[in-house]
Design a protein around this ligand. Structure first.
Ligand code: NAD
Length: 287
C-alpha cells in the first residue's frame, strides 16, 4: 500500500515553523510584510490571492493588497513595483499571474527587486538556483523537494525524472533535484518514448498540465510519484496529471490531488517572505 504524501499536513508544519520565525523576528523588532498585487478580477487569481492573505494572517506576516483595474497600464504597474521596491517596510513583492495581454509579465517580474522576489521568478533568482548561489526558490518546486524529503525519501543518487520543462515548475524542480544530488532527466512534449524514460524513475515528478496522462504503465514499481497537475474534471472534481487510482497500487509513495503539492506553494511563499525579512534586517544591521 503506497504512502499517501500528505501535503496539507506537511505544509501546516512549514507554516508553523514560519509562524515561529516571524514571532522571533518581531521580538527582535523586525516586522515581516508581503505586498500582493492583483490586476483585474480573474476568479482563479482571486482565490489564490485570498489563500495567500489567509496564510499571511496565520503566520503573522502583514499583507498589503493592491488591486489594480484590468485597464492599468504597464507603466503604472511598474511605478507601483518601484515604489514597493523602495519601501523599507515591505519585504516581499508578489505580482499575481497571469497579467492582461497588454502588460509584459517578464518586464514586470524583472522590475521586482531580487531581494524582495518572494515568488522566486526573477531571472537573478533563476540564475542563483542554477549556480548554487543564495537566492529565493520558486515556491512550487521548493515545495516538491520538501514533500519528498519530509515524507522520508532521500534524493541523493536516485534516478529522478521530471515530466515538464516550464520555467515555474519543471525546470526549477529539475535543478533542485540535481542540487540534492539526484540523477536528473527532464522530459517534455517532444520526448520520444516517454514511457521508457519515466519507467526508470525512482522519483517521478509530473508537471505537464494533462489530466491523468501518467498511468501505471509509465511508472516503476516502488517509485515515489509527485503530481503537480491540477485540473477540474467534468464532474467538477479535482484531479492531477497522474491517474492516482491506476498508479497508487504499484508505487511506494504518491501525492494526491487535491492535498499534495497544492498547499505547499503558499507555505513556501511564507517561508520566502520570512527569509527576505531576515536577510534585509541583517543587511541593514537591524539583526
Ligand atoms: P506548462 O503548460 O507551462 O508546461 C507544461 C510542460 O509539459 C511543457 O514543458 C511541455 O513540454 C510538457 N508537456 C506537455 N505535454 C506533454 C506530453 N504529452 N508529454 C510530455 N511532456 C509534455 O505548465 P506548468 O505551468 O508547468 O504546470 C503544469 C501543471 O501543474 C498544470 O496542471 C498546472 O495547473 C499545475 N501547477 C500546479 C501548481 C501548484 O500546485 N501549486 C503550481 C503551478 C502549476
Amino acid at each position: 500500500m503506497a504512502l499517501r504524501i500528505d501535503g496539507k499536513a506537511i505544509s501546516q508544519i512549514i507554516k508553523d515553523e514560519v509562524k515561529e520565525e516571524v514571532a522571533e523576528l518581531k521580538k527582535r523588532g523586525v516586522d515581516v510584510c508581503l505586498a500582493v498585487i492583483q490586476v483585474g478580477d480573474d476568479p482563479a487569481s482571486s482565490v489564490y490571492v485570498g489563500n495567500k492573505k489567509k496564510a499571511c494572517e496565520y503566520t503573522g506576516i502583514r499583507s498589503e493588497a493592491y488591486n489594480l483595474p484590468e485597464s492599468v497600464s504597464e507603466e503604472e504597474l511598474l511605478a507601483l513595483v518601484d515604489r514597493l521596491n523602495n519601501d523599507s517596510a515591505v519585504n516581499g513583492i508578489l505580482v499575481q499571474l497571469p497579467l492582461p495581454a497588454h502588460i509584459s509579465e517578464s518586464r514586470v517580474i524583472e522590475a521586482i527587486s531580487p531581494e524582495k522576489d518572494a515568488d522566486g521568478f526573477h531571472i537573478q533568482s533563476a540564475g542563483a538556483l542554477m549556480t548554487g548561489e543564495r537566492g529565493f526558490l520558486p515556491c512550487t518546486p521548493a515545495g516538491i523537494i520538501e514533500l519528498i524529503k519530509r515524507s522520508g525519501t532521500s534524493i541523493e543518487g536516485k534516478e529522478c525524472v521530471v515530466v515538464g520543462r516550464s520555467n515555474i515548475v519543471g525546470k526549477p524542480a529539475a535543478m533542485l533535484l540535481l542540487r540534492e544530488n539526484g540523477t536528473v532527466t527532464i522530459c517534455h512534449s517532444k520526448t520520444k518514448n516517454l514511457r521508457e524514460v519515466t519507467k526508470r524513475a525512482d522519483i517521478l515528478v509530473v508537471a505537464v498540465g494533462k489530466p491523468k496522462l501518467i498511468d501505471a504503465s509509465y511508472v516503476k514499481e516502488g517509485a515515489v510519484v509527485i503530481d503537480v497537475g491540477i485540473h477540474r474534471n467534468s464532474e467538477n472534481k479535482l484531479c492531477g496529471d497522474v491517474d492516482f487510482d491506476s498508479v497508487s497500487p504499484i508505487v511506494s509513495a504518491i501525492t494526491p490531488v487535491p492535498g499534495g503539492v497544492g498547499p505547499m506553494t503558499v507555505a513556501m511563499l511564507m517561508k520566502n517572505c520570512a527569509e527576505a525579512a531576515r536577510l534585509g534586517a541583517e543587511k541593514t544591521g537591524k539583526l
